[in-house]
Design a protein around this ligand. Structure first.
Ligand code: ZN
Length: 181
């Protein structure tokens, strides 16, 4: 049995209540410049804390996956690792249809495809060193941090000040009204 398979027959009955499931698996998922770091002992390198919530016509699997990801900077090709938490959300339905986001609900569901999609989606497409990219320093771009951002013009709403009535038609009208007793 795959570590991603979950027996959910109990949740398909009426009045089923949601329950939590924790899973762990060893996976080798990656994008071009980011990949899950293997566990040093070859054991699981992805932990999943999931909640299985019965919904009308199906089962919602949601929670988060935690892992360590090794990134390669797309500018300077330096490697580094950092922890990552990926939100997981997948709908398993009695009638899966052709839609990508809905998986078929059976007594045992396999969440691997759904989890894999969500974990890979959480990875950056073009990772850059979190601090001090060598390439940035070479190009002198670090000075960009000291360049003032364009000033926000917060006096641009055009509303005249209330005290500016002197000489305006309203001031004249007010004077006329004051004399009209
Ligand atoms: Zn870099």
């Amino acid at each position: 049995m795959s570590p991603f398979e979950i027996r959910v027959a109990d949740l398909r009955r009426s009045r089923a209540v949601e329950r939590d499931v924790d899973l762990a698996a060893a996976v080798d998922w990656h994008l071009e410049l980011s990949r899950l770091e293997p566990s040093p002992d070859g054991g699981p390198n992805l932990s999943l804390a999931l909640t299985l919530s019965p919904v009308v016509g199906g089962l919602l699997v949601h929670g988060e996956g935690t892992c360590t990801v090794r990134h390669t900077c797309r500018r300077c090709l330096t490697d580094w690792t950092e922890p990552m938490t990926a939100p997981i959300s997948a709908l398993f339905a009695d009638e899966a249809g052709e839609e990508d986001e809905v998986f078929e609900l059976r007594d045992v569901i396999d969440v691997e495809t759904a989890v894999r999609d969500d974990v890979l989606t959480a990875m950056p497409l073009g990772p850059i060193c979190p601090e001090g990219c060598i390439s940035q320093l070479v190009e002198g771009r670090e000075n960009d941090l000291n360049t003032p951002a364009p000033a926000e013009d917060d006096s641009a709403d055009g509303t005249p000040d209330d005290s500016g009535l002197e000489g305006s038609p309203f001031a004249i009208l007010r004077d006329l009204l004051d004399r009209g007793d």
